[in-house]
Design a binder for this molecule. Sequence first.
Ligand code: GSH
Length: 205
Amino acid sequence: MTTLFISPGACSFAAHVLIHELQLPITVERVALGREDSPYRQINPSGRVPALLLDDQTLLTENTAILPYLADLQPGTDLFAVAGSVERAQIQGWLGYVATEVHVGAFRPINRPERYSVDEAAFPGIRQRALQQLTNALKPIEARLAQTDYLVGNRFTLADIYLGVFAGWSARAGVLADFPALQAFLGRYRARESVLQTLHSEGLA
Ligand SMILES: N[C@@H](CCC(=O)N[C@@H](CS)C(=O)NCC(=O)O)C(=O)O
């Protein structure tokens, strides 16, 4: 049985939403993050989520790999696009952008400033710069969503599933007032049945 490892509300939320969207027969298992002694480290030495353990015990990591892999389990799904198409490249472009500019570029220093300095006194400054970085990173997203409801092809795709996680985190970070189109997007995202199901199964409803 294929298993997706998640932590409630973490970036693994996107893969969990996708499982509900496609109704894939995949077991979802919660793990505790940040525990060096967790048995999960035997499966994934980095201790991070998401991770997808396939039937043959191959481990896939990284949202940018897991989301396309899961979507390809259902060829022809509207959530992705056919190999070789421009839309597929655009969806992958947004996955890369969100993973690097938004998640690691902005939210990592906001959430984990200790990874950027050993000096606790530096943490507020790191967070402040990272919030600025978040604002910069959200600008191209806001520009796109001001034109169409979704990032690619005017339909809900993997790119939106992934963005939805960080739209929620951005709301928590208090920056969404400056991004009305992203705020409206978050409203549409949270109204989706798959997202409601995921919030419920992760105990966040
Ligand atoms: N680049 C990875 C990032 C994964 C990641 O950082 N996951 C976080 C949760 S959002 C995590 O597991 N943090 C625990 C840790 O770093 O120890 C991806 O997109 O899959």
